[in-house]
Design a protein around this ligand. Sequence first.
Ligand code: FO1
Length: 313
Amino acid sequence: MRVVTLAGGTGAAKLLRGLATCVTPRELTVIGNTGDDTEVWGLHISPDLDTVTYALAGLLDVERGWGLTAETFNCLAAMAAHGADTWFNLGDRDLATHLMRTRALAERHPLSTVTARLATDHGVASRILPMSDDPVRTMIRTPGGRLTFQEYFVREKALVEVLGVDYDGAPCARPAPGVVEAIRTADVVIVCPSNPVTSIGPILAVPGIVEALSATAAPVVGVSPIVGGAAVSGPAGALMRVRGLTVSPLGVAEAYAPWLRRLLIDSRDRACVGDLARVGVEAEVAEIVMTSRAHEATLARRVLDAALARRAT
Ligand code: FO1
C-alpha cells in the first residue's frame, strides 16, 4: 500500500512514527515543507526535512520535537564566544547534517537528491521528498517588517503581531521530482497534523501540488492540528486567524477543501461534525492528541482505516 504524507516538522513526526509501525518503510513517502528552511552560519538548514528524517530514524529528541536525541551544543557555545548569533540552537551532531547538505548544494546537487542521501545515511528506508528543489521561503509580515519563519518562531518566540504570511518564491517553484507522481499513484494520501498555514500551506503553494491532490484517485485524509479551539503545539492559531480561518477543525477543513475527503477530529470537537459536512469533508471522531508511542501507532492505524473505509464505498 503506497502511503503518501504531507508533513511539517514536529507536528508530523509523531504520526509518521506511528505510520512506520503500520506500513512497510519503502511504501511510505513523505512530502516535506521547505518553507521553514533557513541559513545559519553559512549553513543551509532544512528543519522540517530533518525532523522527519530523525523521527523515522528513531533519533529525534522527543522532548524538544526537533534535533537529535542525546545532543550536545559545544559548537554553539564556541560560536557564542565569537559573538555569533546563537538564538537558533544547532547541536553538534545535527551540524554534520547541515554541513553535508550545504556542501552538496554548493556542488549543485538538488535538495531532493541531498535529502534522499541524508535519509539513507540515517538508515531511513522511507522516501523523504522536499516539496520543491526551488527555494520557497515562508515570510511573516509584522508591524516591524517581514521576518523569516525561524526569526518569527524561534528568535521572537512567536510573540510578535502577525499581519500576514507570504510564500516567497512559490509561484515560480516546481514540485520536486517524484512529488506529483507520488500523489497521483498513491493508495492513500495523509495530511499530517501540521500547521495549515506555515507547514502545509507552503507545500500547497507550489504550483501543481493542489492539482495533483484534486486529481488523485487516492482518498485524502487529514488529522486536525487544532483541538478544543487551540493548536496542539506551536502558533497555528494566530496564523490561521490572520489567514481568515477559524481556529477549529472547520478552519482546517476549509484550508484543505475541496480535495480533502475526511478529517480526523478530537472527541472534544465532536460538535464540528455538521460544519465539516457542510464544506464537504467527512469528520471522524477519535482521540487525536498522541501522548505515547502506542498512541501514535493506534492513531496511524485509525487514519489508514478511515482512508480505506472510504475507498471501499
Ligand atoms: N526550534 C526552537 O524552538 N528553537 C530552536 O533553537 C530550534 C533549533 C532547530 C535546529 C535545527 C532544526 O532542524 C530545528 C530547530 N528547531 C528549533 C525547530 C524548528 O524551528 C521548527 O520546529 C520548525 O521549523 C517548525 O516545524
